[in-house]
Write a protein that binds this ligand. Structure first.
Ligand code: SIN
Length: 280
C-alpha cells in the first residue's frame, strides 16, 4: 500500500492520500492512529463510506461510543446525522461554538469520525484548534498556575439551564433539552496529558466548561474567557473545505473544533460516529 500524509498546518491537520477505508483492516487503522498522533486531525477524501462501513471503521479504531442527548439514526444507533436544512436561517447550529465533543462525560470520547454527504456549494467548512500548541504557547507562570487545576464540565445545552425547546437553534439535529441529568457536574483537569503522545493539552471549552473547582463562576470567568480566546488563536488552527465523500477523523483529547455556520439557504449533511475514550 502506498500512501502519503501531508500536513496542512504546522500544528494540526494532515491530508492522507492513497487509503481505501471501505475495508477497515489493522494496517489502515495503524496508519490512521500514527497520523492522528502526529497531526491530531486527518482528512481522507473520496471515501463515500456506507453507514455500515463508517461504523466498521470506527470500531477498528476503538470501542464505538453511543453518545447521549442526541437522536441517533433509527436504523444505525451508532450514527448521528449532522444536518442543517436550507430553511433554517439565522439560527445557531450543531457544533457552531468551539468545543471538544462531549467533554462533560466522565470518559469523554477519544476520536470523532465525520463524513460529508451533502454540502453547500461554498461554505460550511470546519475549523480545528491544536490544544497542545495552545498550552505550549502559555508562559511558564500560567502553565504552573493551570497544571494542578480542575474544572467543572456539564452538558449545559441539554440541561435545565440550557436554551430550552423554543430556542432559535437548528431543529435538524434532534437534541434532548431540559434534562436534569445533563446538569451533572463532572470534574476534569484543565491541562490533560494525552495517553498516546504524552504531551500536555489545554482541556477547556466555551460550551461545556463552567468554572474552576473550588472557585465561583464569577471568579472563574475572567481566566476561563482568557483561555477560550487563547485556545482558538488563528495560528493554532486548521480549516477543512469539505467535498462529498471526505472523511475527517479527529482527536478530541488535544483539539477543539467548530462548524462554520455561513451557508444559510443550503443543505449540509454529514454522518458522525464516535470512539470511546478514558478518564482524562
Ligand atoms: C461537530 O461538532 O461534531 C460538527 C462539526 C461540523 O459539522 O463540521
Amino acid at each position: 500500500m502506498t500512501f502519503t500524509v501531508t500536513p496542512v498546518t504546522p500544528h494540526c491537520g494532515a491530508e492522507i492520500i492513497g487509503l481505501d477505508l471501505r475495508e477497515p483492516n489493522p494496517v489502515n487503522a495503524g496508519v490512521l492512529h500514527d497520523a492522528l498522533a502526529a497531526h491530531s486531525v486527518v482528512f481522507v477524501r473520496d471515501q463515500y463510506l456506507s453507514l455500515e462501513q463508517q461504523v466498521a471503521l470506527t470500531s477498528a479504531l476503538g470501542d464505538v461510543l453511543r453518545v447521549p442527548y442526541i437522536k441517533h439514526l433509527d436504523e444505525h444507533p451508532d450514527v448521528i446525522a449532522v444536518l442543517k436544512e436550507p430553511d433554517e436561517r439565522k439560527i445557531s447550529t450543531f457544533g457552531g461554538t468551539w468545543h471538544s465533543d462531549f467533554s462533560f462525560l466522565e470518559e469523554p470520547p477519544s476520536l470523532t469520525l465525520l463524513q460529508a454527504v451533502e454540502l453547500p456549494e461554498v461554505g460550511g467548512d470546519t475549523l480545528w484548534s491544536c490544544q497542545y500548541a495552545a498550552y505550549e504557547a502559555l508562559s511558564p507562570g500560567m502553565q504552573r498556575l493551570l497544571d494542578p487545576l480542575s474544572a467543572v464540565q456539564t452538558a449545559w445545552p441539554h440541561g435545565t439551564r440550557g436554551p430550552g425547546p423554543n430556542a432559535a437553534v437548528s431543529k435538524s439535529v434532534v437534541m434532548t433539552r431540559n434534562d436534569p441529568t445533563a446538569d451533572r457536574e463532572v470534574l476534569h483537569p484543565v491541562v490533560r496529558v494525552h495517553p498516546v503522545t504524552g504531551r500536555k493539552a489545554l482541556f477547556v471549552n466555551p460550551v461545556y466548561t463552567q468554572w474552576f473547582e473550588g472557585m465561583t463562576e464569577a471568579e472563574s470567568r475572567p481566566l476561563l474567557q482568557y483561555l477560550f480566546d487563547h485556545a482558538t488563536r488563528p495560528e493554532f488552527t486548521c480549516r477543512l473545505r469539505w467535498t462529498p465523500g471526505t472523511l475527517a477523523i479527529w482527536d478530541n483529547r488535544c483539539l477543539l473544533h467548530l462548524a462554520i455556520n455561513d451557508y444559510d439557504g443550503s443543505r449540509r449533511l454529514l454522518h458522525r460516529t464516535t470512539v470511546a475514550g478514558t478518564r482524562p
